[in-house]
Design a binder for this molecule. Structure first.
Ligand code: DX5
Ligand code: ZN
Length: 238
């Protein structure tokens, strides 16, 4: 099994960029991943959709295993699945370094977090725009990342929902007040992120930016697109 790079090894004091391959050319994914690695991406965001939890079907462990040999970058796997607990081991064996799942799923949350950690991966929890951030509170001391969805999960290329940044602000202040063991979870945002809103997200407290369309379909090219996102580092809320 590949050496794991859990996100707990990455500082939450640095703005991290995790391009979502959902917007990439699926017929040329190995090359697309080389491009974002060359561009300085910090990890690769892999969106898994089961056509049940969300009305779309994307990739599975088989494809992720094929992509593993193309980069050493951490694989940031976002499971949009009804029953993620049943698939944790498969995605870990395929090469996931980090696994985020939805609090709205049908799996036992505690068992799913434990299963992710027992595979050597870091764990993330996420919520849909319509779910209140308070539902995450019981799990926050156990996870390494919280993903605040800024679109309805299921498709790339949607419009950013700025009101979701209130959840980011809440989490940022909550983490500053709490003394969680020895780590402060990453706060990740995902959906419609790009040049026009990444600084606003960083100011709210997000230190990890998922971006698909604005990276893989940027008129400026991938390298410039990632550079623009990283430049929001100077806005990072302390
Ligand atoms: C949506 C996915 C996102 C999406 C981001 O359900 O979780 O990761 O691919 O793509 P853009 O940046 O195009 O909104
Ligand atoms: Zn995603």
């Amino acid at each position: 099994m590949n050496q794991k790079h859990p996100l707990s090894l990455l500082s939450s004091g640095k703005l991290l960029v995790s391009p979502s391959v959902l917007a990439a050319d699926f017929a040329d994914l190995g090359h697309e991943i080389h491009k974002i690695q060359e561009a300085g991406a910090d990890m690769v965001h892999l969106d898994v959709m089961d056509a049940h939890f969300v009305p779309n079907l994307s990739i599975g462990p088989g494809l992720i295993a094929c992509l593993r040999k193309h980069t050493e970058l951490p694989f940031d796997v976002h499971l949009m699945m009804t029953d993620p607990l049943n698939y944790i081991e498969a995605f870990s064996k395929a090469g996931a370094d980090h696994i985020t799942f939805h609090v709205e799923c049908s799996s036992d949350i505690q068992k799913t977090i434990q299963a992710i950690h027992s595979c050597g991966c870091s764990a993330g929890i996420t919520l849909k725009p319509g779910t209140s951030v308070e539902t995450l509170l019981p799990w926050l001391p156990q996870i390494e990342l919280v993903l605040v969805m800024t679109v309805e999960p299921g498709f790339g290329g949607q419009s950013f929902m700025p009101e979701q940044l209130k959840k980011v602000e809440f989490l940022h202040h909550y983490f500053k007040q709490q003394t969680f063991a020895f780590h402060r979870p990453h706060i990740q945002v995902d959906g419609g992120l790009g040049e026009e809103n990444v600084r606003q997200a960083a100011r709210a407290g997000a230190n990890c930016i998922v971006a698909g369309t604005s990276v893989f379909r940027s008129p400026h090219g991938t390298a410039t697109a990632v550079e623009i996102l990283h430049a929001a580092q100077e806005e990072l809320a302390r």
